[in-house]
Design a protein around this ligand. Structure first.
Ligand code: ASP
Length: 319
């Protein structure tokens, strides 16, 4: 496995967001992730870097990709992995987040991975435990491992992150994926464009350094990367689009709108996809242009790298 310069990897105990990372630390995490991509393609996929360590997954929201990949990542690294189902835990009986945190902490876990519907909840929990905490998505705020896996996908296809034109399209307002990607890609030197109806763009988002477009063809013009986002109905209070049919007509990625982007533009989506709403099946399933399933593969490797860095002794020595 490639040696990684640990002091560069993460100088913090937790991974709560992209803020706090540096271009060097991102590059180190992506480099380590590459070695896990190779390991995962081998017949023998197990390593023992987290042997004897305990990983707890605490998901207050549904998840397919993120939860499965963290669980598999922990197991492939040799950790004991505990999955707490919120539906059958004391949380349903009214226990507070802080009490849950302190209860789990009493069992001496090494890493807790948390997804929560409220922005800031993962940081609150991290303040009450002694172990490393990874944010697996907190409300509309951040989803740092998604942005890291997206960066790895882009770097593998384009060989770099700097100087690329990236369009993030759809429900920016409610998307933690958008926020983490704007922060990470801008920090790495990409030019980020946001393409959405005005109702789905948060006010003052330009301050994050992104350019905003409400016309899809204009926004996609000459882009190298197109990231499509789902309408996050579970976080919407009120109506943001007239109808999904009309939304698809103006903001759904189909072959005709795709023609505005560069001919080698890469199509990405964090999942879950709503076919016929934000993306047409013809482009989503075009294996020559779509990296959607590769994002899933690379997500596992990125989560292995993050667990390795935060859960093993190497990191403890540097913080
Ligand atoms: N899976 C991503 C998230 O958890 C995107 C989505 O759900 O639409 O934020």
């Amino acid at each position: 496995m490639q040696p990684v310069s640990w002091p560069n990897a993460l100088s913090q105990r937790d991974l709560l967001g992209i803020e706090g990372l540096t271009p060097d630390s991102v590059a180190s995490i992506l480099d380590l992730s590459e070695s896990y991509v190779a390991l995962n393609r081998d017949a023998q996929k197990k390593s023992d870097v987290l042997s004897g360590r305990t990983l707890i997954l605490l998901f207050f929201e549904t998840s397919t990709r993120t939860r499965t990949s963290f669980e598999l990542a922990g197991k492939r690294l040799g950790a004991d992995v505990i999955n707490i189902s919120v539906a059958s835990s004391a949380i349903k009986k009214g226990e507070t987040l802080i009490d849950t945190a302190m209860t789990l902490n009493a069992m001496h876990p090494d890493v807790i991975v948390v997804r929560h519907p409220d922005a800031g909840a993962v940081r609150l929990l991290a303040n009450h435990v002694n172990c490393a905490v990874i944010n697996a998505g907190d409300g509309s705020h951040e989803h740092p491992t998604q942005a890291l896996l997206d960066a790895l996908t882009i770097r593998r296809h384009k060989g770099r992150l700097d100087g690329l034109r990236v369009a993030i399209c759809g429900d920016i307002m409610h998307s933690r994926v958008a926020r983490s990607n704007i922060l990470l890609l801008s920090m790495m030197g990409s030019q980020v464009r946001l393409v959405a109806p005005p109702t789905l763009v948060p006010t003052a988002i330009e301050r994050m350094g992104a350019e905003v477009f409400s016309d899809m063809r204009e926004g996609l013009m000459d882009c190298d990367i197109i990231m499509m986002l789902r309408l996050q109905a579970e976080r919407m209070q009120g109506t943001f689009v007239p109808s999904t049919r009309e939304y698809f007509r103006y903001f759904g990625l189909d072959e005709s709108k795709l023609a505005a982007a560069r001919p080698d533009a890469l199509i990405m989506h964090p999942g879950p996809m709503n076919r016929g709403v934000e993306i047409d099946s013809v482009v989503a399933d075009d294996i020559t242009r779509s990296a959607i399933l590769e994002q899933v593969e690379l997500g596992l490797a990125v989560r292995q790298a993050c667990l390795d860095i935060l859960g093993s002794d190497k990191n403890r020595e540097t913080i």
